[in-house]
Design a protein around this ligand. Structure first.
Ligand code: MN
Length: 433
């Protein structure tokens, strides 16, 4: 059964790889896939285990044939395109190879110290779609524009989304250039062009599409889960001043497309099986979703029990070796629509998804202030700056600021697993003085 747990999730399972057992992100219960290189080597598929990366090309002969056949490329698209059952068989085999000491002699030479590896984008991302399912975020942002009526009438009927820019998605560690663009001050008659003055981040989960669907077909919601291969963290950098001026009538454009940052490990749907929870009940008075968006099984376990955190490091904090400052912490369960509902809705018009496509959930905010997923919300549109331990103030991000997203999936009776880092430093805009 999809979504079920098995012996690969057993919390007592330990790996012979040193340091893996108590690893916060990558114990043997996780086994996320990524693309890595060592020195000048060709990027290749690997799996994270503790502080090491197992080179899957070097153990291909030990893997199930279906998986071994897709280890040749420099992306994970072919791996993500495998049927779930093949991906699950690969997970089982890797769990066995990395826990059973009898395989150690054969497998250990294929391990690389993660610190000596470079991680790359895991997929050639054909398309990137960003949703808006974080209802508290939608409420908080809506309230700034429409205090009496924050949510637009479609919100509880339609998983709102827009087509993002795939070409500018970058992996953790790649700095982000502050974008230039048009912005218009409220008291000004005309816009000016220059570096964004209101650069923000957005805390999101990314969803990796597995098997796609042919153009002209829809993925029924009961099958949607079969098309989700895994998850990552996603920072949907947003220039709020550009956004405010450009977004009507067609939605986000240059305020978002300059860059998005993802965590480079694909945490598989299988690894997250123990962390599934029932979707929170809709508030009384909310409409019942239309039939194509409703599935009882999805309602039973469509939510993900993942703790999310955002930290900030300023240049001064970095120079003084101060610890990152936590901007927020909250739960990924604060989503009004499930991932399956997003997939079913996306394809309901016959739009084809392809392996390696990326879906963003939209900013995930908690109902309380300590869990707001963007500065736009934390500082109330920039009107209430936060004060950092250094005495510095922030309404929006300064050059030199680094945003770090992190995530840990937790459930009683299971070992917690993490997503690895999703971080990037803001660099000055091109042409800025
Ligand atoms: Mn977004």
């Amino acid at each position: 059964m999809i979504g079920g747990t098995d012996e690969t999730h057993d919390p007592s399972l330990i790996s012979w790889v040193e340091g893996a057992t108590d690893h916060l992100d990558f114990p043997i219960q996780n086994l996320p896939f990524g693309i890595f290189s060592v020195g000048d080597s060709t990027p290749r598929p690997g799996v994270a285990i503790g502080d090491h990366i197992l080179d899957l090309t070097r153990v291909a002969s030990l893997l199930p044939a279906a998986a071994a056949n897709v280890m040749g490329g420099q992306t994970l698209n072919a791996l993500l395109a495998l049927p779930c059952d093949d991906r699950r068989a690969l997970r089982h085999r890797l769990s066995e190879l990395l826990s059973d000491g009898r395989h150690r002699d054969q497998v250990e030479p294929a391990l690389n110290a993660a610190a000596e590896c470079t991680l790359h984008l895991p997929c050639a991302i054909g398309d990137y779609t960003d949703f808006y399912v974080g209802i508290h975020h939608a409420n908080n942002i809506g309230r700034q524009f429409r205090p009496d009526n924050p949510l637009l009438p479609n919100y509880k009927w339609v998983p709102i989304g827009y087509h993002g820019r795939a070409s500018s998605v970058r992996q953790s560690g790649v700095p982000v250039l502050r974008p230039n663009g048009q912005h218009k001050a409220p008291d000004s008659d005309s816009p000016a062009f220059g570096p964004s003055q209101r650069l923000d981040y957005e805390l999101e989960l990314g969803v990796w599409v597995g098997q796609g669907n042919p153009l002209g077909t829809a993925i029924p919601i009961r099958e949607a889960e079969r098309h989700v291969a895994g998850f990552c963290l996603l920072n949907d950098w947003s220039a709020r001043d550009l956004q405010a001026w450009e977004y009507q009538p067609l939605g986000p454009f240059l305020a978002k497309s300059f860059q998005s940052t993802i965590s480079p490990w694909v945490v598989t749907a299988e690894a997250l099986a123990p962390f599934r929870a029932a979707q929170s009940a809709r508030q009384e008075g909310d409409p019942h979703p239309l039939p194509y968006l409703w599935d009882e099984r999805d309602q039973q376990h469509g939510e993900l029990a993942i703790d999310l955190e955002v930290h900030l490091v300023t240049q001064i904090m970095r120079d003084s070796a101060l610890p990152p400052y936590r901007l927020s912490h909250g739960l990924a369960t604060n989503m009004y629509w499930t991932v399956a509902q997003m997939v079913a809705h996306h394809t309901s018009n016959g739009c084809n998804l392809r392996p390696g496509d990326l879906l963003g959930t939209g900013t995930i905010s908690a109902p309380t202030e300590d869990g707001f997923g963007s500065l736009m919300e934390i500082t109330r549109g920039g009107t209430q700056p936060i004060e950092l331990p250094t005495g510095e103030k922030r309404s929006f991000l300064d050059d030199g600021d680094e945003i770090i997203l992190s995530a840990t999936a937790r459930a009683e009776g299971f070992r917690s697993i993490g997503f690895g880092a999703c971080r990037a430093v803001v660099l000055p805009a091109l042409g800025a003085p």
